[in-house]
Design a protein. Structure first.
Length: 202
């Protein structure tokens, strides 16, 4: 069942007297779930370790969704306020973990040679003396903006690691020195030169 359907059933079960009291809270939960879903999609390109963390968070969000479903038909229960408070605290914990994961990823990106050209596109706090950025006081909107921008740059490989070319079969040989050619301009000298080349490239 979709989260909107669950919340609609909760409102219907609450009745006209209680619905106005919890309507704002239910709307807030709906927005928070939508926001977390968008943030998880935006963070899909992170490293393997962070992808595992996002997968873990997704599982936790599913558990929270199940908790919301459990509230279906219990809108008149006096424990409703506590359940809602627990969900809000859970959301805050998830955002805190996601923020830490993003901060670690961004610390790596900030060291990339291309970062100086792109940093104006991010909403950044004032850097510390060592050049690092502290996102603990950044708003959720700023974090979401930065995650989206980082994803855009990743898609075009802007912060990819530079690959050094490796010499293949046709790479430099003979210690980088060109072949000297046959010692004698005769058929025998040419044959010796070819034989020496074959031995060298085996």
């Amino acid at each position: 069942m979709d989260i909107k359907d669950v919340l609609a059933k909760i409102k219907a079960a609450a009745g006209e007297e209680i619905t106005p009291k919890i309507d704002g809270l239910l709307k807030s939960i709906e927005n928070e779930f939508a926001s977390m879903g968008d943030d998880l999609k935006a963070a899909n390109a992170e490293s393997k370790e962070r992808k595992l963390k996002i997968r873990e968070l997704s599982g936790q969000l599913e558990e929270a969704s199940d908790k919301v479903k459990d509230l279906d038909g219990k809108a008149n229960n006096p424990d409703l306020a506590k359940e809602m408070a627990d969900l809000k605290q859970f959301k805050a914990d998830v955002l805190k973990t996601k923020r830490a994961a993003f901060s670690g990823e961004f610390a790596t990106v900030a060291k990339h040679p291309n970062f100086e050209k792109a940093k104006e596109q991010f909403k950044l706090p004032k850097p510390a003396d060592d050049g690092t950025f502290d996102f603990t006081k950044a708003t959720d909107e700023e974090i979401a903006h930065n995650v989206a921008k980082l994803e855009e740059y990743r898609k075009i490989g802007y912060f990819a690691e530079e690959q050094k070319p490796t010499p293949g079969f046709n790479g430099p040989r003979n210690n980088g020195q060109p072949d000297a050619g046959p010692k004698e301009a005769t058929r025998e000298g040419l044959n010796q030169f070819i034989a020496a080349g074959i031995q060298r490239y085996k």
